[in-house]
Design a binder for this molecule. Sequence first.
Ligand code: PMP
Length: 387
Amino acid sequence: MIYLDNHATTCCDPRVIDAMLPWLTDNFGNPSSTSHEPGRVALDAVTRATASISMAIDAPLDSIVYTSGATESNNLAIKGVLRHPRNKKRHFITVSTEHHAVLDIADELEREGFRVTRVPALPNGNASAGIIDLDRLAESIDDDTALVSVMWANNEVGSITPMKQVAEICHSKGALLHSDATQAVGRIPIDVCQEDVDLVSASAHKFYGPKGIGFLVVGNGHRRVRLKPELVGGGQQAGLRSGTLNPAGIMAMATALQIYGENAAEEDVRTKELRDELFMRLNSQIEGLKLNGPPLTEGRRLPGNLNLQLPSIEGESWMAATPTVAFSSGSACSSSSPEPSHVLTAMGLTESQARQSVRFGIGRFNTPEEIEDASCLLVKAYRHLVG
Ligand code: PMP
């Protein structure tokens, strides 16, 4: 199997597993039970991991809240701000190309009586395709806007949002800014303070860490962020997210981010080369193939992302005809649903163009040989399908 679906999830880096295992065996203490040595050792590990994570993304030390992953982080951030008893503002803004882990929260808030605006993204063909339309954002914000949520990078077409510009627009109108950075953390450099984003969600399994652990950055030191907790109980993490901390997962996530940080520039070049090679090979053999999303060259696209529109067949058929290459027809969470990708239709593709589109995610463990083999298998299957 050639795995080219690194936007859905990534394989745990063996160095991450090495860093994680001792916290499940020898050092299994509960970091909240510090009346004894095992608990204090666990707390010390979590404290060191937090320092390392906050440094890696330039977020304040006390801003990191551990969660089970980005879905939970998004829920805590968005519902937390809107539903806080001291929040009097009733308007929430997000983008039509967000992941369902944000869009479904918007729907829920709307049902509760909040006002929701879904700002469009720039259409396919634009150099910033898939990125929020900044003019429309500026027009949508008003004095009643509590929070704006804009993803840092898109999980289907890989477009990268200019977060600093978005932050300036939001803050000039007194709104807070949340970003679902699930596809950005550990793939492109992230600077929370400099980009001035107030809340940031991430999941470790997207950057070669394990599943079931993630974080939410709460506040970057520039303005106050008040959250109503989603989970109540033991009062861990300053009451923002009760439940026993997961030191093994936290150590793993910190190690995964550290590995990325140490190799970021090199990994960026290597991943782009493999992605471009895959595109070049498919594009030269399949007439009429189109690229969805921003161009491959201008730095507005995640290094490993490729989203392609086939001239005649459905993505699902191509996937079925190429069972030894793992790629997808949209986001993992919607791949069991027969609907065409809402991201692609929001970018102006017709339903059939969206169904004729597929997503590849190239990652750290892919090799040039795999790209060569995968493109041969894909071209062969395509030719077979079109007869
Ligand atoms: N947001 C984005 C942009 C994603 O790509 C994903 C994972 N597909 C999520 C949120 C949800 O992440 P998790 O399932 O780890 O909670």
